[in-house]
Design a protein around this ligand. Structure first.
Ligand code: UDP
Ligand code: MG
Length: 320
């Protein structure tokens, strides 16, 4: 019987865990021929998420957990889940029931049709601030323009099932600053999308602020594209060209009309404009240097404090 691990990253989800487990098992219990198991990742929650998980795992054999020593972020949570899974198929889903478990049968069906990955896609952004949707759409457009080997899909979420082969491929990208949306696309494989209506979060609160989303966008772009660096080079070249032409014009004017004293506005504009461009370029460079710096440290993506998963890679846990 093929096995399926359901990976659920949780950060401060104490209120919803039992409901989540009940709702999801209602669906999985009706799927024969597959054995399901849950791997909850407690991402250093500050509430009683871990206690709830301990309780849940005492009640149900199919509940496994990995608890981090602190909050490492959802990306690390997903990575830990994948690393700790040994199943034939892996499903990643959120703990807040925004990823409807009713899609699981469709996902399994897709796998049986021969796809390596069946992923959910939101058809609308109900319950989300307009401005956030707008920026999100722009981000996808920009990202796709800047990268050649990945095409992000509007509305794609992390909710998906993957075959063992794809999971191993995802794990083989061991970068510590992970942008999973890009990684899932980058590894390729045969993919099927299933659309679903966005569900508003009813339990708990979202962990995303506008600022963290902006940072996420910048990290996503720098992780998969060097287009900004090329853009800066292009900028530099363009400005040098204009400056050169302007110098020639000024020289000719000086030769013909002699030295013209006024020039306050031009000088000031040039200094301020160039200053701005230089600052900007250094900033872009800095983003990449920062990423290199973090990557070279090769720190583990997460540190496990407590887990009930025992297998051969026990002593590797928490290490890349
Ligand atoms: N999450 C996590 N670590 C974090 C933030 C979030 O594991 O640092 C989990 C969270 O518990 C949830 C999922 O990631 O299961 C998605 O988070 P959230 O619902 O806040 O994001 P949204 O649905 O608004 O994108
Ligand atoms: Mg959510």
């Amino acid at each position: 019987m093929p096995s399926v691990d359901i990976i659920v990253p949780c950060y401060n989800e104490e209120d919803g865990l039992f409901v989540f487990y009940d709702e999801t098992t209602k669906i999985t219990n009706n799927i024969n021929n597959y054995s399901f198991r849950f791997i909850f990742i407690d991402d250093g929650s500050k509430d009683n998420t871990l206690e709830k998980l301990l309780e849940l795992s005492k009640l149900h054999q199919d509940v496994k957990y990995v608890s981090f020593s602190r909050n490492f972020g959802k990306e690390a949570g997903m990575y830990a889940g994948l690393q700790n899974s040994s199943a034939d198929y892996v499903i990643i889903m959120d703990a807040d029931l925004q990823h409807p478990p009713t899609l699981i049968p469709d996902m399994i069906k897709g796998i049986e049709e021969g796809f390596d990955c069946v992923a959910a896609k939101r058809t609308n952004r109900k319950g989300e601030a307009r401005i956030r949707s707008f920026f999100s759409r722009q981000f996808y457009k920009l990202m796709n323009k800047m990268t050649n080997n990945i095409k992000l899909v509007q509305g794609a979420v992390d909710y998906r099932i993957m075959s063992r082969k794809m999971v191993d491929a995802v794990l083989s990208l061991s970068e510590s600053q992970r942008f999973s949306k890009g990684i899932f696309e980058w590894v390729g494989f045969k993919k099927k999308w299933i659309p679903y209506e966005n569900v508003e979060r009813t339990i708990g609160t979202t962990k995303w602020s506008f600022r963290s989303l902006f940072k996420y966008a910048v990290d996503g772009i720098t992780a998969f594209s060097v287009a900004p660096l090329k853009m800066v080079t292009g900028f530099g070249f363009f400005i040098s060209l204009i400056s050169f032409i302007y110098i020639i014009i000024t020289l000719v004017q000086t030769f013909i009309f002699g030295i013209v004293v006024p020039g306050y506005v031009t000088t000031l504009s040039a200094v301020l404009f160039l200053g701005g461009i230089i600052e900007f370029s250094v900033g872009v460079l800095g983003e990449y240097v920062g990423h290199i710096y973090i990557e070279t440290k090769q720190r583990p993506l997460y540190i496990t404090r407590l887990t009930n998963i025992q297998d051969e890679c026990d002593d590797l846990k928490g290490n890349k």
